[in-house]
Each structure stands twice: as C-alpha cells, then as structure tokens.
Write a protein that binds this ligand. Structure first.
Ligand SMILES: Cc1ncc(COP(=O)(O)O)c(C=O)c1O
Length: 374
C-alpha cells in the first residue's frame, strides 16, 4: 500500500458487511435509507452510496442539496432524501435533480409546488414530526395541518413521514425513545385519518434504535454511524452491536530526535521530558481533524506498540514518545485510528478522551487526508 503523509483507508467490504448485518436485524419488508450526509461521515459519499446501493440499500439520506447534487452528478439515480431543512435558494435544484426534501413547516410548500409546476414535475416530500428532539420537525398538531396542505397541492406528493430519536444510542434512555415512537404513531394515525390515505413510508430509526430494538421500526430505517462500524453511544457496552470499523487513519514518522531529560516539547512547553526520550514527529495535526484535546493524552501505534503523545497537537504535526519501541525509523507507518498487529485505537476511545461524539472525529477529517479505498 502506497503511503502518504496522512491518509484514511476506507474498507468498502467492511461497509457492505455492516449493511448486511443491519439488514439481518430487520424484517425483510423494511426498507433501508442509508444516511451518508457529511460526506458519508468522512468516508466519501459517492463510493459509499455506490457500495450500499449495490448491497440493496433503497434510498440515500443527505444533509443538504449540495450533497444530493454531488451524488446525482456522479450518476446516482436512486431516491435521495434531504434530511435537514431546505432553504429557498435550493428549491430550483431540488426540483430539477429530483431530490426529495423533508419539510418541517408550511413555509416552502407553496414555492415547492410552484417550481414543480414550472418544471412540469411532481415532487415527493417527507414530513418530519418533532416528538422530542426539538431540532427540526413540525409540532404534532401543526404536522396534521401541513400534511393536509401537501395533499391538497397538485404538484406535491406526501411520500414519507418521519421523526428522529434524541437518545436511542443510549439503551438506558429506552423509555424516552419509546415515548417518542408512541407519539409519532399517534400523530401519523391521525394524519392518515384526516387525509384518508396511507402514507407509503414511515421512518424513525437511526443506528441506536435499530440495535436496541426498543421501538417499532415502521417500514424504513435510517442507519448512519452503524454502517461505518461506529457506535454512536454505548451500544457495544450493552452488548448490542458487533459492527466493524470501516475507516483507519494512518501516517508515517517523518522526523526522529533523541533529547535529554528536562527537554520541553512543543507549544507552551506543556510536556517536559523526565528521561532521555526518543521523540518521533508525525505529519498530522488539528488541521487534518486530529483532535487537539488529545494533547498529552492520546497515543498512536508504531511497530505494533503504543507511543504516547507528548506536547500539544499542533496544526500540522504531533510528537510522540517512542523510547520504549525498538528500531523506530523515519518512514515507519503510524496508526492513529485502526489496528496495527495486536493493538488498536478506535474512534470511540478517542471520543471518550476528548469528551465528544465518535462521529465528530470521522466527520472532521481535513482535506489533506488522502482517502484510499481498500
Ligand atoms: C435525521 C437523521 N436520521 C438518521 C441519522 C443517522 O443516525 P446514526 O448515525 O446514529 O445512525 C441522523 C444522523 O445524525 C439524522 O440526523
């Protein structure tokens, strides 16, 4: 494998296996919308879309219309749902590229209908109901009015209705997830009674909901992190998933220096050596998305062994202590995320140290990180 200064390896076979495992948990009639927003959580939206569609994903979910257009321009014809809110300026593209928007209010309905009429199209729409996430989605009462309005507009079609669980990644919060689902079910029944039609797609479940299995999954699910083998919360701890990570992050040693006791390391001299130390400098920094909060806390793998970070993470480099690892040379491969011999570093561990979500790490990988598909 060719080395770069810093690169991510994305294993598409593992991705396909994870999708298969997710699908095995579902009744066969349940569809899968794969969530590939944020450039597929930093794994590359187009290859991830192509692979998951090959392995029977039914739909793609993105964050905004620019992500949807990238997929259309790559020749992907599968249905694409913009999961977030759209803005006025996106409406022309949404209609011409046949992208399905999610709506949360009455605001855009008139314009979406007009534009669809102008382009001689009928636009599929999903309606989001807020059941406790309080980010997007219409209140239950308002949702009924919006659904009535959509069905009354001739160029719009209410294809789907959805909600989003706020805490399903935490099995200890199962009661709240169940409550959200029950409210969703109630509102959807009410909507269907009022519009006198069955809405074809109903979806609520992200990775946490699929694995904890404490909610009705309706007839479509929306896994994101699970596809990439990332545990969004504490599902593994509770024995729910055995998915494999899809992404590794690697670099190489570019500089080595042995320094005496009492040598300060890096900006602010936050580490001072307490022994003769063999310092390796690695060309990855916070500009590459390597978390600054790993300063003096994280470690990397070199020659199958742990090398602790010393000093702060800088924009372009980190320094690690390799004193205990014999034979380290410039050019040695460094694993920042992933496995090397018997050791491994997971995004979950890094997010635990940095007190953030594992998604933050893969989504935040910078543009200097070369992506290699294996
Ligand atoms: C609306 C919506 N559905 C599904 C998902 C997928 O969630 P997860 O990555 O936890 O599976 C997300 C992710 O943030 C989302 O915003």
């Amino acid at each position: 494998m060719k080395k770069y200064r810093v690169w991510s390896e994305v294993n598409l076979r593992t991705l396909a296996q994870n999708l298969k495992q997710i699908k095995q948990k579902l009744d066969p009639e349940i569809k899968t919308l794969v969530v590939i927003k944020a450039d597929a959580y930093g794994h590359g939206a187009v290859p991830v879309a192509q692979t998951t569609l090959e392995y029977d994903a039914d739909m793609l979910g993105v964050g905004d219309s620019t992500e949807a257009i990238e997929l259309r321009q790559a020749g992907i014809l599968a249905p694409i749902v913009v999961l977030g809110s759209i803005i006025e300026e996106e409406i022309g593209w949404i209609v011409s590229y046949e992208i399905t928007p999610t709506v949360h209010s009455m605001d855009m309905l008139g314009r979406l209908n007009e534009e669809s009429h102008r382009q001689k199209k009928r636009l599929k729409i999903h309606l989001k109901i807020d059941t406790g996430m309080t980010r997007l989605g219409a209140s239950p009462k308002r949702a009924i009015e919006i659904a009535k309005k959509i069905t009354a507009l001739p160029h719009l079609e209410l294809e789907g209705v959805c909600t989003h669980h706020s805490s399903s990644f935490n099995p200890e919060e199962a009661d709240f997830t169940t409550k959200q689902t029950a409210l969703f079910n109630e509102v959807v029944n009410e909507i269907e009674k009022k519009i006198k039609t069955k809405i074809p797609l109903k979806h609520v479940a992200s990775t946490g909901t699929i694995f904890t299995n404490n909610s009705n999954l309706f007839n479509m699910v929306r896994p994101g992190g699970g596809l990439f083998g990332i545990d969004p919360g504490n599902l593994t701890k509770h024995g729910f998933t055995k998915l494999k990570p899809v992404l590794s992050l690697k670099s190489q040693v570019t500089f080595l220096k042995t320094v005496p006791t009492g040598t300060p390391i890096g900006y602010g001299r936050t580490h001072v050596t307490s022994k003769r130390t063999k310092v390796a400098t690695i060309p990855v920094g916070y500009n590459d998305g390597y978390p600054y909060h790993l300063s003096n806390k994280g470690h990397v793998l070199i020659r199958g062994q742990k090398a602790p970070l010393i000093g702060t993470v800088t924009m372009d480099y980190i320094m690690v202590d390799t004193t205990k690892i014999s034979g380290v040379k410039t050019g040695d491969e460094v694993v920042l995320i992933g496995r090397q011999e018997d050791e491994s570093i997971t995004v979950e561990e890094l997010s635990h140290i940095t007190n953030s979500s594992p998604y933050v790490i893969t989504c935040g990988l910078g543009k200097r990180v070369r992506r290699v598909y294996v």
